[in-house]
Design a protein around this ligand. Structure first.
Ligand code: PLP
Length: 393
């Protein structure tokens, strides 16, 4: 049988200009898709090899939780596979409104609003809030969606060196007196696994009357009181975004804040208005996840214990793990070739650690970005540490 696509009709030449794009990218940096088959909450099948998954974001193992699966199935059977419309037309089922109320209560905020993904939230909320009078300061390591949102706005913006609050303060001080200042950051940084200093950020926001927009994607569910994240319950954070694709084991995102903020987004944010609502099953699964979060303290402790053991192990072996303080633990190796070699070595020892290379991370900081899950046992981590120990690269 022919491979898929080989019988496809010839294409036009109209996209040939894209070849230029490829000239700047070396062949070994070409990104490719490969199928991964989840076996349980811990192992995956890649090719014909079983691997312990140290690259996922399912920090609490909720993606496979029977309670979530039952909720997804029941809602799908009752209301169908899709929401059939955008939120402002016919896509707001009682499930959506209930989840938003539950999120607002969980985050101790006036209101919350669902978005279809974290990327879509950031890339569309920021241009809605920022106008040409705004001066925006963005952490250099902030997620691509935050940068894209700021770039798409009419605001003047600039990046500050990662977590360098002295520099941030200097920029805030220099901003013209009649400008509106904004600070944009993550709480847990997705590639280094380190944290922003919320005390300092809120103090700066207060002192310079700056809006504070924080993305809590990698903290929501696993850090903070009841797993509520590092920023969702902090009233000094004006806008907080959380995502459901990480610790909630699902899909989608939300923003929480004042009722006026949420009403403004419902009325003026194109990324909320002009898109189909999340499927009812997805929303029901998320409601189950949010209801569970306060009761998952033991799972969070177990997860943080695993992360601490991995950091200690990496330090003992001489790896730079940056200032990891989350379930994301990078092992920096420098060059692309070393990152690929280490990933291959781990794979030979039954562990999946995806190499992250420039341009996703700065030149010279290629790494394995290792992540942990509460579904793992100590022996899974032992296997990874043994594999790391036996690498002679
Ligand atoms: C994953 C992530 C996003 C994107 O969220 P999706 O729901 O996966 O689109 C946005 N911001 C941060 C910090 C993230 O880690």
């Amino acid at each position: 049988m022919a491979a898929p696509g080989t019988d496809a009709p010839p294409t036009t030449r109209r996209l040939d200009y894209l070849e230029e794009r490829w000239q700047g990218r070396s062949p070994e940096r070409q990104r490719r898709l490969g199928a991964v088959i989840p076996l349980d909450g811990v192992e995956v099948l890649r090719g014909d090899q079983r691997l312990i998954n140290f690259s996922g974001n399912d920090y609490l193992g909720l993606a496979r939780d029977p309670r979530l699966i039952t909720a997804v199935q029941a809602a799908t059977e009752r209301w169908g596979c899709g929401a059939t419309g955008s939120r402002l037309v016919v896509g707001s089922l009682p499930e959506h409104l209930a989840l938003e109320q539950e999120l607002a209560a969980f985050c101790n905020r006036e209101a919350a609003l669902l978005f279809n993904s974290g990327y879509q939230a950031n890339v569309s909320i920021l241009p809605t809030l920022l106008d040409r009078h705004c001066r925006v300061y963005v952490d250099r390591l902030a997620h691509r969606s935050l940068l894209a949102g700021v770039q798409a706005s009419e605001a003047r913006w600039q990046r500050y060196p990662h977590n360098d609050y002295d520099r941030l303060e200097a920029l805030l001080r220099q901003a013209p007196a009649d400008s509106r200042r904004w600070i944009v950051s993550e709480t847990v940084f997705s590639m280094d696994g380190d944290r922003a200093d919320l005390e300092r950020l809120t103090a700066l926001a207060r002192r310079y009357d700056a809006g504070l927009y924080l993305d809590d994607a990698h903290a929501f569910g696993i850090l903070g009181p009841e797993g509520s994240g590092l920023a969702t319950r902090n009233p000094e954070v004006d806008v907080v975004v959380g995502t459901f694709g990480k610790a909630c084991g699902g899909f989608g995102a939300f923003v929480a804040g004042s009722q006026r903020l949420i009403d403004t987004l419902i009325n003026f944010c194109p990324g909320f208005i002009y898109t189909t609502a999340l499927p009812p099953g997805v929303v029901a699964g998320l409601r189950a996840a949010i209801a569970l979060l306060p009761r998952l303290e033991a799972e969070r402790q177990h997860l943080h214990g695993l992360a601490e053991r991995l950091r200690e192990g990496l330090q003992r072996l001489g790896y730079d793990s940056r200032s990891s303080a989350s379930a994301i633990v990078p092992a920096l190796v420098g060059t692309d070739a070393r990152a690929l070699a280490l990933a291959a070595h781990l794979e030979a020892h039954g562990c999946l650690g995806i190499p992250i290379r420039p341009p996703t991370v700065p030149e010279g900081t290629a790494r394995l970005r290792l992540t942990l899950s509460a579904a793992m046992q100590g022996h899974h981590l032992d296997q990874l540490l043994t594999a790391l120990e036996t690498w002679d690269g």
